[in-house]
Design a protein around this ligand. Structure first.
Ligand code: HXC
Length: 262
């Protein structure tokens, strides 16, 4: 499939490689429109279905991961058109269905829907140039792709309220301290760092990686009892995999594991 708003590549040289998606509307700071979100969803699904791909990295440009939903498009909507066309839900939620780990590599602006997109990823790695914010309030709207829900979960109510109500941006250091970002690296090392994290995941057992992501998402999205139950069931289930036998045997015999991802 050919894409107009994203660049798609495969990186790494092992049997299991990394799917790399680069948001590519540079003139609009990667503002997110239907064309881009449809293509992003299609590329994510294709990588998720590809047994040769272990993890996926989404990145933007040096200046912007994404400066939000395309305001030119949003401005054309009224309530009825937004509601009846299922604005946002119809093509923003594909990423939530992806089972393999998705890493956001963020440089520059990650604002509005761009910040929300980063928060939908499993790991956020930031360049020291990254700036995060939910400035929708300045447009007379509120975050619409989960920002009011994921931001307080990620950084707590106090900071989430501050960002959502004042529209101020936070830099990479504040975002890392607050818990939105797991690592900060110099901008010129961003892609290498994200691809390195993906390569580390690619070298692991396949079923355990899927199970780990599923379980952490239960902690993030649901209640404690429900999450503990899912964790326990998947923990038990992994004892039926070849990768569990291999991983433990390798440890006990002081050798490197050769995972079959099965
Ligand atoms: C459409 C955008 C855009 C956006 C930037 N551009 N952000 N176009 N939608 N979200 C365009 C500008 O119009 C401009 O086009 C070009 O990108 C460069 O932007 P500048 O403003 O000239 O750059 P700069 O002065 O460096 O300022 C960068 C910026 C600013 C601080 C990121 O662009 C900005 O505030 N953007 C809007 C951020 C925002 O409000 N995001 C939330 C959107 S609402 P031209 O043609 O003039 O060169 C949202 C709702 C989410 O995300 C709901 C669910 C999806």
């Amino acid at each position: 499939m050919s894409y107009e708003n994203i660049l798609v590549d495969v990186r790494g040289d092992g049997a299991v490689r990394t799917g790399l998606i680069t948001l590519n509307r540079p003139k609009a700071l990667n503002a997110l429109n239907d064309g881009l979100m449809d293509e992003l969803g299609a590329a994510l699904k294709a990588f998720d279905a590809d047994a040769g791909i272990g993890a996926i990295v989404i990145t933007g440009s040096e200046k912007a991961f994404a400066a939000g939903a395309d305001i030119g498009v949003l401005a054309q909507h009224d309530f009825v058109s937004a509601y009846t066309s299922d604005l946002i839900t119809r093509n923003w939620e594909t990423i939530r269905t992806i089972r393999k780990p998705v890493i956001a590599a963020v440089a520059g602006f990650a604002l509005g829907g761009g910040c929300e997109l980063a928060m939908m990823c499993d790991i956020v790695i930031a360049a020291d140039t990254a700036k995060f914010g939910q400035p929708e309030i300045k447009l007379g709207i509120i975050p619409g792709a989960g920002g009011t829900q994921r931001l307080p979960r990620a950084i707590g109510k106090a900071k989430a309220m501050d960002l959502v109500l004042t529209a101020r941006m936070m830099d990479a250091v504040e975002a890392e301290r607050a818990g939105l970002v797991s690592r900060i690296v110099p901008a010129d090392k961003l892609l290498d760092e994200a691809l390195g994290a993906a390569a580390a995941i690619n070298a692991l057992g396949g079923p355990s990686v899927l199970a780990a992501k599923e379980c952490v998402n239960r902690a993030y999205e649901g209640g404690l009892n429900d999450g503990i139950l899912v964790e326990r069931r998947l923990f038990h289930a992994l004892f039926g995999t070849a990768d569990q036998k291999e991983g433990m045997d390798a440890f006990l015999n002081k050798r490197k594991p050769a995972f079959k991802r099965a």
